[in-house]
Design a protein around this ligand. Structure first.
Ligand SMILES: C[S@@+](CC[C@H](N)C(=O)[O-])C[C@H]1O[C@@H](n2cnc3c(N)ncnc32)[C@H](O)[C@@H]1O
Length: 255
């Protein structure tokens, strides 16, 4: 695992730059659970960050559990979800070792967060732990961006972000991974107005890359199988098709 990016030490800022679209994603999570799941409205989010998805699920009558490695993220989420009582459980945990004490109808790990696990051993450990925490017929939604080695170009995207009265400009740059090292470099700049001057937070980190074939091979080694594949927009997709930002619906293999 690489050192945690500095933006994870500022949960309020993280939440501001990721607020837009959260409700739509929560809707999509619940829709996919209705289509592919087992009807049990319990959800687990590994690496839950600021709990923005958990809050949406609680509002839709789910019982939720989340864990995260960053103490600041957990403290923020505890405060955010404090009013929901026994329908929420939060814990400090690491994706490759946290073993939930119960089972869930829905587990989800989206936004390429799984790619923080920098080795095959850690990635497989996480998939095994999550497979073991699924209710019979439950689903694990894994959301991540795939690489095409040799074709991917350096990229830069700019987002104007707004939450309540706060605004920020979020610039996300990425340098493509090589198949030998499987490290994609992500560089974030978040600019927020502060008095007469702007404040800029820079945050750089590597994510482990996956081509479609590498991801299929990894899942093949795990106790999970691919049930369905969607784009981030909820449209049908295939693992090795043109769409590179995917939500995979995974289920535990029989036996
Ligand atoms: C991109 S954020 C995603 C947060 C939340 N899931 C969301 O989508 O808004 C990544 C989160 O993963 C956590 N994290 C990174 N590596 C981790 C690990 N190995 N185990 C547990 N949490 C980790 C960070 O602290 C951070 O909160």
């Amino acid at each position: 695992m690489s050192r945690l990016p500095s933006i994870y030490a500022d949960p309020a800022l993280y939440d501001l730059v990721h607020a837009e679209g959260t409700d739509d994603e929560v809707w999509l999570l619940t829709r996919l659970a209705e289509i592919h799941g087992c009807g049990i409205k319990t959800a687990l989010e590994p690496a839950c960050g600021t709990g923005r998805y958990l809050a949406g699920l609680l509002r839709r009558s789910w019982t939720v559990e989340g864990y995260d490695l960053a103490p600041g993220m957990l403290a923020f989420t505890r405060k955010r979800l404090a009013g929901w009582g026994k329908r929420v459980k939060l814990a400090r945990g690491e994706m490759s070792s946290y073993r939930p004490k119960r089972r869930f109808g829905l587990i989800f790990n989206v936004l390429s967060t799984f790619r923080h696990l920098m080795s095959e051993r850690e990635a497989l450990a996480h998939l095994k732990l999550m497979a073991g925490a699924l209710e019979p017929g439950g689903i694990f939604i894994l959301g991540l961006d795939l690489s095409i080695y040799g074709q991917d170009q350096p990229d830069e995207e700019v987002y104007e972000c707004r939450q309540g009265g706060r605004t920020a400009k979020h610039v996300v740059m990425s340098l493509p991974a090589e198949p030998e090292t499987r490290r994609e470099l992500i560089i974030n700049f978040v600019t927020t107005p502060k008095g007469k001057k702007d404040s800029v937070l820079e945050s750089s980190y590597d994510l482990r890359s996956y081509s479609a074939a590498e991801l299929a091979e990894l899942i093949g080694k795990s106790p999970l199988r691919i049930e369905a594949v969607y784009g981030y927009d909820g449209k049908d997709a295939v693992l090795d098709g043109p769409e590179r930002a995917l939500w995979l619906v995974l289920k535990a293999r029989a036996g």
